[in-house]
Design a protein around this ligand. Structure first.
Ligand SMILES: C[S@@+](CC[C@H](N)C(=O)[O-])C[C@H]1O[C@@H](n2cnc3c(N)ncnc32)[C@H](O)[C@@H]1O
Length: 375
């Protein structure tokens, strides 16, 4: 059921984008595939909305939103419900459970950068959280809360960026120390029809097992991700631009004398889609480009043009590169970037004999992306 009772601002504040049935199916497929004695477990959704994930007898649903809970109760009266802020006073007793009970967490917790929450009618107290599960992102706080109640398994949806962006991964704190990603499937944020932004990002349906060794970032880099569309990829497979040049403002290290151009700060591929590349004015968000590293910035400038050929699931990845291949054909990138940025003409000298070919660049991107190239 689509969420119908909240206005636009409250929908954003609560992160109330409800999950379609076919995604709930995938979660339950993971549970039955990996857990032999499912009936021994309490299944809990601590942000249950209308209760899309609540099935069977031993299920518990909680939500901060009273109206949503009212509808959930009508949909599934056999389940036990709690109206609460699930991030405050987190414990098993909150759900009337003891340390002996076996617990599986399911659901689609809200994700939201809490520093940018549009506080509308929602009172400040709704955003209070236990200090030990505090995070900038609401979704990360939810992951930490699952660790706090020591769930045996966690099978939920969350942005893939929590795992693949190193700073996010580090902020998973005790969750990453105690849980290991065992199975997963990547889907596009586009499946949530209400999030009608043009840039879709990858969401992972992740099945985690409580595990003494947890997982480290290297584990994630070597992990083979599967997408709903039947593709697979591994972060380690790709080399990235930050191994060759800086993505961030470098005024401290590069003098004005050496600077020949300015380039907008780079983040992930989705951010590059929205931002500028070469800019004329220096600012806090610009990188000083030197003669030596100019080719790499021209590379990014052209990479931006090829983003329509990159699938949504790479949206939060760094800008990829095959350095050896690029170096062999860098003149083509320079020439193409020069067409877009005539002010670079002082630094990019192209001889008249040079036969420009777009095919060479296209071939490079087809090779870089392989089966992932979107036609
Ligand atoms: C993405 S929706 C998911 C709803 C439902 N599980 C589904 O998938 O259809 C997130 C839900 O989290 C609830 N929520 C947000 N903050 C909460 C909090 N601090 N405690 C409990 N529930 C919260 C919202 O009211 C909303 O129903």
């Amino acid at each position: 059921m689509e969420q119908k009772h909240l206005n636009y601002k409250d929908t954003i504040n609560y992160g109330s984008y409800y999950t379609p049935e076919w995604i709930v199916e995938i979660v339950y497929d993971f549970l039955s595939k990996h857990i032999k004695t499912l009936n021994e477990y309490f299944i809990i959704d601590t942000s249950c909305g209308y209760g899309a994930f609540l099935r069977g007898e031993k299920t518990i649903g909680a939500d901060i939103d009273e109206v949503a809970l009212f509808i959930a109760k009508k949909n599934n009266p056999r389940c036990t419900y709690f109206k609460q802020n699930s991030l405050l006073n987190v414990s098993r007793t909150q759900y009337k459970l003891s340390n002996k009970d076996k617990i599986i967490i399911v659901g689609n917790p809200p994700y939201n950068d809490t520093t940018s929450i549009i506080r509308n009618k929602i009172k400040q107290k709704n955003f209070l959280r236990d200090y030990d599960i505090n995070s900038r992102d609401l979704g990360i706080s939810f992951l930490l809360s699952y660790n706090k109640i020591q769930a045996d398994y966690v099978c939920i949806l969350h942005p893939l960026s929590y795992l693949i962006k190193k700073t996010n991964f580090e902020s998973l704190g005790d969750f990453k120390k105690n849980y290991k990603l065992i199975d997963s499937m990547i889907i596009s944020s586009g499946v949530f029809s209400e999030t009608s932004k043009s840039t879709y990002f990858p969401i992972i349906i992740a099945f985690y097992e409580r595990n003494l060794n947890g997982m480290n970032y290297d584990y994630i880099c070597n992990y083979t991700f599967k997408t709903y569309e039947g593709k697979t990829f591994c972060i380690k497979q790709y080399d990235k631009i930050s191994n060759y040049t800086t993505k961030y403002p470098n005024q401290k290290y590069v003098s004005k004398n050496e600077t020949i151009a300015y380039f907008w700060t780079m983040r992930d591929i989705n951010a590059l889609k929205r931002t500028k590349t070469f800019v004329r004015e220096e600012s806090y968000n610009t990188i000083r480009v030197t003669k030596k590293n100019l080719p790499y910035y021209c590379y990014v400038d052209i990479f931006k043009d090829y983003i329509p050929h990159i699938p949504y699931y790479f949206g939060n990845c760094d800008i990829m590169i095959i350095n050896d291949e690029f170096l062999k054909i860098k003149e083509y990138f320079l020439r193409k970037s020069l067409e877009k940025n005539p002010e670079l003409s002082k630094y990019i000298i192209c001889s008249n004999e040079f036969a420009y070919s777009n095919d060479i660049i296209e071939k490079y991107f087809k090779n870089l992306l392989g089966e992932h190239y979107v036609d």
